[in-house]
Ligand binder design. Structure first.
Ligand SMILES: CC(C)(COP(=O)(O)OP(=O)(O)OC[C@H]1O[C@@H](n2cnc3c(N)ncnc32)[C@H](O)[C@@H]1OP(=O)(O)O)[C@@H](O)C(=O)NCCC(=O)NCCS
Length: 198
């Protein structure tokens, strides 16, 4: 098993929960009772959210507040919206996400203010071992994603674990962001690369 996915030595540290390991960005097993229950809670709330009608803004707002770590004023997320846990997601004021946002929040996902997110964007914090054996044993880990203020992610953008995108940056439709992007640029493609500054 590669060192990155080895569990900590049992002694002398007291055993930590899989949730604590997950939040520390260390290898953990998702098939844990506590995480299982937190995941089910999030799926229940997301199911309720996704069943709301567009004209029922106050119920959407209430459910988002219950589901997410924090939500700024005027945030709009069009269903369907999927998360792993919800409590790891913070969204700044006036941010808009179109249909089909997948925010896999095993690690923190921080989305700034006035961000525009196109349809079917995926923010993917989890990562599985590339080596076959620890992956078979279901070890996984995650790295946080940060989206700066006033970023625009075009439709179908995929953001990989550990990526930070600087404020005002535009990412073209269908791009896969594999490493950090600076502020005030336009980036496109797979892997996304900067084509110009703004
Ligand atoms: C990135 C974008 C904003 C255009 O930016 P722009 O600075 O005006 O770029 P241009 O149209 O001048 O294109 C510049 C180059 O990037 C390429 N390009 C543009 N968008 C691209 C994309 N999404 N993927 C790959 N390449 C792209 C162009 O083909 C062009 O290449 P070339 O110089 O070899 O001809 C736009 O192409 C885009 O992807 N918009 C997203 C639309 C969307 O998702 N809408 C849903 C609502 S949120």
């Amino acid at each position: 098993m590669p060192e990155q996915f080895l569990p900590d030595p049992v002694m002398p540290r007291p055993a930590r929960s899989m949730k604590e390991r997950m939040l520390a960005g260390e290898p953990y097993l998702a098939s844990d009772d506590e995480l299982g229950e937190l995941g089910l809670r999030a799926q229940d709330l997301a199911d309720d959210y996704n069943a709301t009608r567009s004209r029922d803004g106050s119920e959407r707002r209430r459910l988002l507040g219950e589901l997410l770590g924090s939500v700024g004023e005027g945030v709009e997320i069009r269903p369907p919206f999927r998360v792993d846990y919800g409590f790891n997601i913070r969204i700044g004021a006036r941010t808009f996400a179109n249909w089909g946002l997948v925010a896999a929040d095993v690690a923190a996902i921080t989305i700034g203010e006035d961000v525009q997110i196109g349809p079917n964007v995926q923010l993917l914090t989890p990562t599985h071992p590339v080596e076959p054996e620890p992956r078979r044993q279901k070890w996984e880990a995650a790295r946080p994603i940060t989206i700066g203020d006033n970023v625009w992610l075009g439709g179908g953008v995929i953001v990989l674990p550990g990526v930070t995108i600087g404020e005002n940056t535009v990412v073209g439709a269908g791009s896969v962001v594999v490493r950090d992007l600076p502020a005030n640029v336009v980036a496109v493609g797979n892997p996304a690369s900067v084509i110009r500054t703004i």
